[in-house]
Design a protein around this ligand. Structure first.
Ligand code: CU
Length: 472
Protein backbone atom coordinates (compact mmCIF):
# COMPACT_ATOMS: atom_id res chain seq x y z
CA UNK A 1 0.00 0.00 0.00
CA UNK A 2 1.40 3.41 -0.93
CA UNK A 3 1.53 6.02 1.86
CA UNK A 4 -1.21 8.11 0.27
CA UNK A 5 -3.45 5.06 -0.04
CA UNK A 6 -2.71 4.14 3.54
CA UNK A 7 -3.63 7.60 4.72
CA UNK A 8 -6.74 7.54 2.60
CA UNK A 9 -7.80 4.19 3.94
CA UNK A 10 -7.09 5.26 7.51
CA UNK A 11 -9.06 8.43 6.94
CA UNK A 12 -11.92 6.49 5.41
CA UNK A 13 -11.95 4.18 8.35
CA UNK A 14 -11.94 6.97 10.87
CA UNK A 15 -14.67 8.73 8.96
CA UNK A 16 -16.70 5.54 8.79
CA UNK A 17 -16.19 5.01 12.47
CA UNK A 18 -17.24 8.57 13.23
CA UNK A 19 -20.24 8.24 10.96
CA UNK A 20 -21.25 4.93 12.47
CA UNK A 21 -21.05 6.37 15.95
CA UNK A 22 -23.26 9.25 14.88
CA UNK A 23 -25.70 6.91 13.19
CA UNK A 24 -25.55 4.12 15.75
CA UNK A 25 -27.85 5.87 18.19
CA UNK A 26 -31.00 5.94 16.12
CA UNK A 27 -30.23 4.21 12.88
CA UNK A 28 -27.85 1.40 12.11
CA UNK A 29 -24.51 0.34 10.68
CA UNK A 30 -23.21 1.86 7.48
CA UNK A 31 -23.59 -1.46 5.68
CA UNK A 32 -27.37 -1.34 6.04
CA UNK A 33 -28.98 -3.03 3.06
CA UNK A 34 -29.91 0.21 1.37
CA UNK A 35 -26.87 2.25 2.32
CA UNK A 36 -24.94 4.43 -0.11
CA UNK A 37 -22.07 4.42 2.40
CA UNK A 38 -21.24 0.81 1.58
CA UNK A 39 -20.37 0.93 -2.14
CA UNK A 40 -20.07 -2.39 -3.94
CA UNK A 41 -19.46 -1.14 -7.44
CA UNK A 42 -17.35 1.30 -9.40
CA UNK A 43 -19.93 4.06 -9.86
CA UNK A 44 -21.16 3.87 -6.28
CA UNK A 45 -17.55 3.97 -5.09
CA UNK A 46 -16.91 7.07 -7.19
CA UNK A 47 -19.97 8.78 -5.77
CA UNK A 48 -18.97 7.75 -2.28
CA UNK A 49 -15.49 9.20 -2.78
CA UNK A 50 -16.92 12.55 -3.88
CA UNK A 51 -19.22 12.49 -0.88
CA UNK A 52 -16.35 11.72 1.50
CA UNK A 53 -14.27 14.52 0.00
CA UNK A 54 -17.12 16.90 0.74
CA UNK A 55 -17.38 15.47 4.25
CA UNK A 56 -13.67 16.00 4.90
CA UNK A 57 -13.73 19.53 3.54
CA UNK A 58 -16.74 20.30 5.70
CA UNK A 59 -15.07 18.85 8.76
CA UNK A 60 -11.96 20.93 8.00
CA UNK A 61 -14.06 24.09 7.61
CA UNK A 62 -15.95 23.36 10.79
CA UNK A 63 -12.69 22.98 12.71
CA UNK A 64 -11.08 26.01 11.06
CA UNK A 65 -13.98 28.36 11.69
CA UNK A 66 -14.74 26.91 15.12
CA UNK A 67 -11.02 27.08 16.00
CA UNK A 68 -10.77 30.74 14.97
CA UNK A 69 -13.85 31.52 16.98
CA UNK A 70 -12.48 29.77 20.07
CA UNK A 71 -9.10 31.46 19.63
CA UNK A 72 -10.65 34.92 19.35
CA UNK A 73 -12.94 34.30 22.31
CA UNK A 74 -9.98 33.23 24.39
CA UNK A 75 -7.50 35.83 23.22
CA UNK A 76 -9.78 38.84 23.54
CA UNK A 77 -11.57 37.83 26.66
CA UNK A 78 -11.81 40.43 29.47
CA UNK A 79 -8.96 39.59 31.75
CA UNK A 80 -10.02 41.80 34.66
CA UNK A 81 -13.03 43.73 35.97
CA UNK A 82 -11.36 46.94 34.77
CA UNK A 83 -11.07 45.64 31.25
CA UNK A 84 -14.64 44.45 31.26
CA UNK A 85 -15.87 47.98 31.77
CA UNK A 86 -13.96 49.35 28.81
CA UNK A 87 -15.41 49.31 25.32
CA UNK A 88 -12.68 47.87 23.06
CA UNK A 89 -11.74 49.71 19.85
CA UNK A 90 -14.45 49.12 17.22
CA UNK A 91 -13.57 48.22 13.64
CA UNK A 92 -15.42 47.14 10.52
CA UNK A 93 -14.27 45.15 7.51
CA UNK A 94 -10.83 44.02 6.50
CA UNK A 95 -10.29 43.78 2.78
CA UNK A 96 -7.29 41.47 3.11
CA UNK A 97 -9.21 38.94 5.21
CA UNK A 98 -12.28 39.23 3.02
CA UNK A 99 -10.34 38.78 -0.21
CA UNK A 100 -8.48 35.77 1.12
CA UNK A 101 -11.75 34.20 2.33
CA UNK A 102 -13.27 34.62 -1.12
CA UNK A 103 -10.20 33.13 -2.76
CA UNK A 104 -10.09 30.24 -0.29
CA UNK A 105 -13.78 29.43 -0.80
CA UNK A 106 -13.34 29.52 -4.55
CA UNK A 107 -10.44 27.12 -4.32
CA UNK A 108 -12.54 24.77 -2.19
CA UNK A 109 -15.36 24.94 -4.74
CA UNK A 110 -12.93 24.08 -7.52
CA UNK A 111 -11.52 21.19 -5.48
CA UNK A 112 -15.07 19.88 -5.09
CA UNK A 113 -16.15 20.62 -8.64
CA UNK A 114 -13.41 18.67 -10.41
CA UNK A 115 -14.17 15.18 -9.04
CA UNK A 116 -17.91 15.93 -9.12
CA UNK A 117 -17.85 16.75 -12.82
CA UNK A 118 -15.60 13.78 -13.48
CA UNK A 119 -18.15 11.61 -11.67
CA UNK A 120 -20.99 13.01 -13.77
CA UNK A 121 -19.06 12.20 -16.94
CA UNK A 122 -18.20 8.73 -15.66
CA UNK A 123 -21.81 7.87 -14.77
CA UNK A 124 -23.11 9.09 -18.14
CA UNK A 125 -20.98 6.99 -20.41
CA UNK A 126 -19.58 3.48 -20.33
CA UNK A 127 -15.86 3.89 -21.06
CA UNK A 128 -14.68 3.13 -24.58
CA UNK A 129 -13.23 -0.41 -24.59
CA UNK A 130 -10.40 0.85 -26.83
CA UNK A 131 -9.43 3.56 -24.36
CA UNK A 132 -6.84 1.55 -22.49
CA UNK A 133 -5.70 4.45 -20.38
CA UNK A 134 -9.15 5.07 -18.89
CA UNK A 135 -9.73 1.36 -18.35
CA UNK A 136 -6.43 1.12 -16.52
CA UNK A 137 -7.28 4.11 -14.37
CA UNK A 138 -10.64 2.59 -13.48
CA UNK A 139 -9.01 -0.83 -12.94
CA UNK A 140 -11.36 -2.38 -15.48
CA UNK A 141 -10.64 -5.20 -17.83
CA UNK A 142 -11.58 -4.80 -21.48
CA UNK A 143 -13.81 -7.87 -21.37
CA UNK A 144 -15.92 -6.26 -18.65
CA UNK A 145 -16.84 -3.47 -21.06
CA UNK A 146 -16.90 -5.46 -24.28
CA UNK A 147 -19.46 -7.84 -22.84
CA UNK A 148 -21.63 -5.07 -21.39
CA UNK A 149 -25.32 -5.85 -21.25
CA UNK A 150 -28.18 -3.39 -21.79
CA UNK A 151 -31.36 -3.22 -19.77
CA UNK A 152 -34.25 -0.96 -20.68
CA UNK A 153 -35.86 0.01 -17.41
CA UNK A 154 -39.40 1.35 -17.40
CA UNK A 155 -40.73 2.84 -14.20
CA UNK A 156 -44.46 2.40 -13.75
CA UNK A 157 -46.66 3.23 -10.84
CA UNK A 158 -45.61 1.29 -8.69
CA UNK A 159 -43.30 -1.31 -10.13
CA UNK A 160 -40.43 -1.75 -12.58
CA UNK A 161 -40.18 -3.38 -16.00
CA UNK A 162 -36.79 -4.74 -17.01
CA UNK A 163 -36.36 -5.49 -20.69
CA UNK A 164 -33.18 -7.12 -22.05
CA UNK A 165 -33.14 -6.11 -25.72
CA UNK A 166 -30.05 -8.20 -26.54
CA UNK A 167 -31.80 -11.34 -25.37
CA UNK A 168 -35.41 -10.56 -26.21
CA UNK A 169 -36.72 -11.11 -22.69
CA UNK A 170 -38.72 -9.09 -20.20
CA UNK A 171 -39.03 -9.41 -16.46
CA UNK A 172 -40.19 -7.22 -13.61
CA UNK A 173 -38.99 -5.99 -10.25
CA UNK A 174 -35.89 -8.20 -10.09
CA UNK A 175 -32.99 -7.19 -12.27
CA UNK A 176 -30.66 -10.12 -12.84
CA UNK A 177 -27.19 -9.14 -14.05
CA UNK A 178 -23.74 -10.67 -14.56
CA UNK A 179 -21.34 -9.55 -11.85
CA UNK A 180 -18.35 -9.30 -14.16
CA UNK A 181 -19.96 -7.10 -16.80
CA UNK A 182 -20.90 -3.46 -17.14
CA UNK A 183 -24.67 -2.95 -17.14
CA UNK A 184 -26.12 -0.15 -19.26
CA UNK A 185 -29.40 1.17 -17.99
CA UNK A 186 -31.79 3.07 -20.28
CA UNK A 187 -34.43 4.73 -18.16
CA UNK A 188 -37.96 5.41 -19.37
CA UNK A 189 -41.31 6.18 -17.82
CA UNK A 190 -44.80 5.92 -19.16
CA UNK A 191 -46.58 7.83 -16.44
CA UNK A 192 -44.87 10.17 -13.97
CA UNK A 193 -41.30 10.89 -12.89
CA UNK A 194 -39.59 8.12 -10.94
CA UNK A 195 -35.96 7.74 -9.95
CA UNK A 196 -33.81 4.64 -10.25
CA UNK A 197 -31.55 3.99 -7.31
CA UNK A 198 -29.52 0.97 -6.19
CA UNK A 199 -27.51 2.62 -3.42
CA UNK A 200 -24.70 0.06 -3.33
CA UNK A 201 -24.22 -0.01 -7.09
CA UNK A 202 -25.12 3.42 -8.46
CA UNK A 203 -27.68 6.13 -8.52
CA UNK A 204 -29.83 8.07 -8.48
CA UNK A 205 -31.08 8.91 -11.94
CA UNK A 206 -34.48 10.31 -12.80
CA UNK A 207 -36.85 8.26 -14.90
CA UNK A 208 -38.74 10.77 -17.04
CA UNK A 209 -41.79 10.48 -19.26
CA UNK A 210 -40.91 11.46 -22.83
CA UNK A 211 -37.19 11.62 -22.23
CA UNK A 212 -34.76 8.73 -22.00
CA UNK A 213 -32.07 8.94 -19.33
CA UNK A 214 -28.99 6.81 -19.07
CA UNK A 215 -26.69 5.45 -16.39
CA UNK A 216 -24.56 2.37 -15.95
CA UNK A 217 -23.01 0.35 -13.19
CA UNK A 218 -20.63 -2.49 -12.65
CA UNK A 219 -20.36 -4.54 -9.49
CA UNK A 220 -17.11 -5.30 -7.74
CA UNK A 221 -17.02 -9.03 -7.21
CA UNK A 222 -14.24 -8.86 -4.65
CA UNK A 223 -16.25 -6.50 -2.45
CA UNK A 224 -19.34 -8.54 -2.97
CA UNK A 225 -17.65 -11.65 -1.67
CA UNK A 226 -16.46 -9.84 1.43
CA UNK A 227 -19.12 -10.31 4.03
CA UNK A 228 -19.39 -9.16 7.60
CA UNK A 229 -20.29 -11.58 10.34
CA UNK A 230 -22.43 -10.92 13.40
CA UNK A 231 -19.50 -9.49 15.36
CA UNK A 232 -18.63 -7.09 12.57
CA UNK A 233 -15.59 -9.08 11.41
CA UNK A 234 -15.12 -9.25 7.62
CA UNK A 235 -14.60 -12.59 5.91
CA UNK A 236 -14.56 -13.84 2.34
CA UNK A 237 -17.40 -16.01 1.19
CA UNK A 238 -17.34 -18.54 -1.66
CA UNK A 239 -18.89 -17.49 -4.96
CA UNK A 240 -21.68 -20.02 -4.64
CA UNK A 241 -22.80 -18.84 -1.23
CA UNK A 242 -22.36 -15.18 -1.98
CA UNK A 243 -24.10 -15.31 -5.36
CA UNK A 244 -26.49 -18.25 -5.38
CA UNK A 245 -27.93 -18.97 -8.80
CA UNK A 246 -31.30 -17.54 -9.71
CA UNK A 247 -32.21 -19.88 -12.55
CA UNK A 248 -32.65 -22.97 -10.37
CA UNK A 249 -34.16 -21.27 -7.34
CA UNK A 250 -31.03 -21.40 -5.15
CA UNK A 251 -31.07 -17.61 -4.73
CA UNK A 252 -34.64 -17.69 -3.50
CA UNK A 253 -33.89 -20.46 -1.01
CA UNK A 254 -30.77 -18.69 0.27
CA UNK A 255 -32.55 -15.38 0.75
CA UNK A 256 -35.48 -16.98 2.50
CA UNK A 257 -33.27 -19.05 4.76
CA UNK A 258 -31.33 -16.13 6.09
CA UNK A 259 -33.71 -13.24 5.83
CA UNK A 260 -36.40 -11.94 8.07
CA UNK A 261 -38.55 -9.27 6.56
CA UNK A 262 -37.27 -6.70 9.03
CA UNK A 263 -33.58 -7.57 8.65
CA UNK A 264 -31.53 -4.51 8.01
CA UNK A 265 -28.57 -6.23 6.38
CA UNK A 266 -28.45 -8.05 3.12
CA UNK A 267 -28.53 -11.75 3.80
CA UNK A 268 -26.81 -12.68 0.56
CA UNK A 269 -23.84 -10.90 -1.04
CA UNK A 270 -25.25 -10.83 -4.55
CA UNK A 271 -28.55 -9.29 -3.50
CA UNK A 272 -28.92 -5.54 -3.89
CA UNK A 273 -31.84 -3.41 -2.81
CA UNK A 274 -33.18 -0.68 -5.06
CA UNK A 275 -35.80 1.95 -4.56
CA UNK A 276 -37.75 4.53 -6.51
CA UNK A 277 -36.31 7.78 -5.18
CA UNK A 278 -38.74 10.30 -6.62
CA UNK A 279 -42.18 10.68 -5.10
CA UNK A 280 -44.62 9.27 -7.65
CA UNK A 281 -47.88 8.67 -5.79
CA UNK A 282 -49.38 7.04 -2.73
CA UNK A 283 -47.54 3.73 -3.08
CA UNK A 284 -44.19 5.33 -3.89
CA UNK A 285 -42.51 4.16 -0.70
CA UNK A 286 -43.25 0.57 -1.70
CA UNK A 287 -41.90 0.95 -5.22
CA UNK A 288 -38.68 -0.88 -4.61
CA UNK A 289 -36.87 -3.56 -6.58
CA UNK A 290 -33.94 -5.91 -6.35
CA UNK A 291 -30.79 -6.43 -8.38
CA UNK A 292 -29.33 -9.92 -8.29
CA UNK A 293 -25.69 -10.43 -9.23
CA UNK A 294 -24.80 -13.69 -10.96
CA UNK A 295 -21.71 -15.43 -12.26
CA UNK A 296 -21.48 -15.40 -16.06
CA UNK A 297 -22.60 -19.03 -16.26
CA UNK A 298 -25.58 -18.57 -13.97
CA UNK A 299 -26.62 -15.42 -15.79
CA UNK A 300 -26.53 -17.24 -19.14
CA UNK A 301 -28.61 -20.08 -17.69
CA UNK A 302 -31.18 -17.63 -16.38
CA UNK A 303 -31.35 -15.88 -19.76
CA UNK A 304 -31.77 -19.27 -21.45
CA UNK A 305 -34.63 -20.23 -19.18
CA UNK A 306 -36.35 -16.89 -19.69
CA UNK A 307 -35.91 -17.10 -23.46
CA UNK A 308 -37.43 -20.57 -23.55
CA UNK A 309 -40.30 -19.56 -21.31
CA UNK A 310 -41.06 -16.49 -23.44
CA UNK A 311 -40.55 -18.12 -26.82
CA UNK A 312 -44.00 -18.46 -28.43
CA UNK A 313 -42.71 -21.35 -30.58
CA UNK A 314 -41.80 -23.35 -27.50
CA UNK A 315 -45.18 -23.11 -25.80
CA UNK A 316 -46.83 -26.53 -25.51
CA UNK A 317 -49.32 -27.26 -28.28
CA UNK A 318 -52.08 -29.89 -28.48
CA UNK A 319 -50.91 -33.49 -28.71
CA UNK A 320 -50.43 -34.66 -32.29
CA UNK A 321 -50.70 -38.48 -32.74
CA UNK A 322 -48.81 -38.24 -36.06
CA UNK A 323 -45.68 -36.92 -34.38
CA UNK A 324 -42.66 -38.34 -32.57
CA UNK A 325 -41.73 -36.41 -29.46
CA UNK A 326 -38.23 -35.84 -28.14
CA UNK A 327 -37.35 -36.23 -24.50
CA UNK A 328 -38.53 -33.27 -22.43
CA UNK A 329 -41.34 -32.35 -24.85
CA UNK A 330 -44.53 -30.95 -23.33
CA UNK A 331 -47.98 -31.24 -24.90
CA UNK A 332 -51.56 -30.35 -24.04
CA UNK A 333 -53.98 -33.21 -23.69
CA UNK A 334 -57.51 -33.45 -22.30
CA UNK A 335 -57.80 -34.48 -18.64
CA UNK A 336 -61.38 -35.20 -17.58
CA UNK A 337 -60.45 -35.11 -13.91
CA UNK A 338 -59.94 -31.35 -14.20
CA UNK A 339 -63.26 -30.77 -15.95
CA UNK A 340 -64.86 -31.09 -19.35
CA UNK A 341 -62.58 -30.20 -22.26
CA UNK A 342 -59.79 -29.05 -19.97
CA UNK A 343 -56.32 -29.50 -21.42
CA UNK A 344 -53.46 -30.41 -19.14
CA UNK A 345 -49.72 -30.24 -19.70
CA UNK A 346 -47.94 -33.60 -20.06
CA UNK A 347 -44.19 -34.04 -20.29
CA UNK A 348 -42.33 -37.01 -21.71
CA UNK A 349 -39.02 -37.53 -19.92
CA UNK A 350 -37.59 -40.00 -22.45
CA UNK A 351 -39.49 -39.14 -25.60
CA UNK A 352 -42.65 -40.64 -27.15
CA UNK A 353 -43.19 -42.48 -30.44
CA UNK A 354 -45.95 -41.73 -32.88
CA UNK A 355 -49.37 -42.60 -31.49
CA UNK A 356 -48.23 -43.02 -27.87
CA UNK A 357 -50.85 -40.63 -26.53
CA UNK A 358 -50.81 -39.55 -22.88
CA UNK A 359 -53.97 -41.55 -22.15
CA UNK A 360 -52.63 -44.69 -23.88
CA UNK A 361 -49.02 -44.81 -22.87
CA UNK A 362 -46.96 -44.52 -19.72
CA UNK A 363 -44.23 -42.50 -21.37
CA UNK A 364 -45.98 -39.25 -20.45
CA UNK A 365 -46.28 -37.79 -16.99
CA UNK A 366 -48.15 -34.81 -15.61
CA UNK A 367 -45.99 -31.72 -16.04
CA UNK A 368 -47.56 -29.95 -13.06
CA UNK A 369 -49.67 -30.56 -10.00
CA UNK A 370 -53.47 -30.55 -10.15
CA UNK A 371 -53.48 -27.27 -8.23
CA UNK A 372 -51.25 -25.67 -10.84
CA UNK A 373 -53.63 -26.69 -13.62
CA UNK A 374 -56.64 -25.46 -11.67
CA UNK A 375 -54.87 -22.21 -10.85
CA UNK A 376 -54.01 -21.76 -14.49
CA UNK A 377 -57.69 -21.97 -15.38
CA UNK A 378 -58.54 -19.44 -12.69
CA UNK A 379 -55.82 -17.14 -13.98
CA UNK A 380 -57.50 -17.19 -17.39
CA UNK A 381 -61.07 -16.87 -16.12
CA UNK A 382 -60.31 -14.12 -13.61
CA UNK A 383 -58.96 -11.74 -16.22
CA UNK A 384 -55.47 -11.72 -14.76
CA UNK A 385 -54.16 -11.85 -18.33
CA UNK A 386 -55.75 -8.44 -18.88
CA UNK A 387 -52.73 -6.93 -17.18
CA UNK A 388 -50.16 -9.71 -16.76
CA UNK A 389 -48.07 -11.56 -19.28
CA UNK A 390 -46.97 -15.03 -18.25
CA UNK A 391 -44.56 -16.89 -20.50
CA UNK A 392 -44.83 -14.25 -23.17
CA UNK A 393 -43.10 -10.99 -23.87
CA UNK A 394 -45.33 -8.13 -22.93
CA UNK A 395 -43.61 -4.82 -22.42
CA UNK A 396 -46.80 -2.81 -22.66
CA UNK A 397 -48.67 -4.87 -20.07
CA UNK A 398 -50.31 -2.94 -17.25
CA UNK A 399 -48.95 -5.26 -14.58
CA UNK A 400 -45.57 -6.90 -13.92
CA UNK A 401 -44.51 -9.72 -16.21
CA UNK A 402 -44.93 -12.98 -14.27
CA UNK A 403 -42.66 -15.30 -16.29
CA UNK A 404 -40.89 -17.76 -13.96
CA UNK A 405 -42.48 -15.93 -11.06
CA UNK A 406 -41.63 -18.81 -8.73
CA UNK A 407 -37.94 -17.91 -8.99
CA UNK A 408 -38.48 -14.38 -7.68
CA UNK A 409 -37.42 -13.57 -4.16
CA UNK A 410 -39.80 -10.65 -3.74
CA UNK A 411 -43.37 -9.63 -4.35
CA UNK A 412 -45.18 -6.38 -5.02
CA UNK A 413 -42.12 -4.57 -6.36
CA UNK A 414 -39.51 -5.79 -3.89
CA UNK A 415 -41.76 -4.93 -1.00
CA UNK A 416 -42.23 -8.32 0.61
CA UNK A 417 -40.90 -11.84 0.49
CA UNK A 418 -42.45 -13.87 -2.30
CA UNK A 419 -43.71 -16.79 -0.23
CA UNK A 420 -47.06 -18.57 -0.12
CA UNK A 421 -48.37 -16.59 2.81
CA UNK A 422 -47.59 -13.16 1.39
CA UNK A 423 -48.74 -14.07 -2.07
CA UNK A 424 -52.08 -15.24 -0.68
CA UNK A 425 -52.37 -11.99 1.23
CA UNK A 426 -51.63 -10.07 -1.95
CA UNK A 427 -54.20 -11.90 -4.04
CA UNK A 428 -56.86 -11.71 -1.34
CA UNK A 429 -56.57 -7.99 -0.74
CA UNK A 430 -53.64 -6.22 -2.36
CA UNK A 431 -54.99 -2.84 -1.27
CA UNK A 432 -54.27 -3.64 2.38
CA UNK A 433 -50.72 -4.73 1.47
CA UNK A 434 -49.85 -1.83 -0.80
CA UNK A 435 -52.25 1.04 -0.61
CA UNK A 436 -53.13 2.63 -3.93
CA UNK A 437 -51.56 -0.09 -6.09
CA UNK A 438 -52.83 -0.22 -9.66
CA UNK A 439 -53.91 -3.83 -9.53
CA UNK A 440 -56.65 -3.28 -6.97
CA UNK A 441 -57.23 0.24 -8.25
CA UNK A 442 -56.47 -0.46 -11.92
CA UNK A 443 -58.39 1.06 -14.77
CA UNK A 444 -61.80 -0.58 -14.97
CA UNK A 445 -61.36 -2.57 -11.78
CA UNK A 446 -64.54 -2.22 -9.73
CA UNK A 447 -66.00 -4.31 -6.94
CA UNK A 448 -67.43 -6.60 -9.62
CA UNK A 449 -64.00 -7.45 -11.01
CA UNK A 450 -63.11 -11.09 -10.30
CA UNK A 451 -59.81 -10.05 -8.75
CA UNK A 452 -61.62 -8.15 -5.99
CA UNK A 453 -63.95 -11.09 -5.40
CA UNK A 454 -61.00 -13.25 -4.41
CA UNK A 455 -61.18 -11.56 -1.04
CA UNK A 456 -63.78 -14.08 0.11
CA UNK A 457 -62.46 -17.13 -1.68
CA UNK A 458 -59.49 -18.74 0.02
CA UNK A 459 -59.73 -21.87 -2.08
CA UNK A 460 -59.26 -19.98 -5.32
CA UNK A 461 -56.51 -17.86 -3.80
CA UNK A 462 -54.58 -20.96 -2.80
CA UNK A 463 -54.89 -22.47 -6.27
CA UNK A 464 -53.62 -19.26 -7.84
CA UNK A 465 -50.72 -19.22 -5.36
CA UNK A 466 -49.77 -22.76 -6.34
CA UNK A 467 -49.99 -21.88 -10.03
CA UNK A 468 -47.85 -18.76 -9.70
CA UNK A 469 -45.16 -20.24 -7.46
CA UNK A 470 -44.86 -23.36 -9.59
CA UNK A 471 -43.70 -21.17 -12.49
CA UNK A 472 -40.06 -21.92 -12.10
CU1 CU B 1 -41.68 6.63 -6.75
Amino acid sequence: MTPSLLIQSLCNRTALLALSIVLAGGCSRVDHKQSALDPKGLIAQNQYDVFMLAVWITIFLFCAVGGCLLYVLWKYRAKSDEEAKEIPPQSHGNSKVEASLIIASSIILVILAIPTLQGVVLMNKVPDPNDEETLKKLKLDRSQIDGAITINVTGKRYFWVFEYPQYGIVTANELVFPVSKAVRINLRSEDVIHSFWVPKLAGKMDVMPGHENFMWFIANQEKLLTRIDKDGVPYTEGVEQAMPSVHDGKMRTAVFKKQNFTDEFEPVGGLFYGQCAEYCGNSHAYMSFRALAQTDGDFDSWVGRMQDAQNPNLQPGPYDPQKDYQSGAVVLFADESLGDNVLREYRTPDGADRGEAPNLSGVWEKAHSDNYEKGKILFATHQCGQCHAVNRTGIGAKGPNLTLFGLRTSLAAGWMRNDEENLAKWLRDSESVKMGNLMWNGEGVTDDHPLRKLKDDDEKVNLLVDYLLEQK
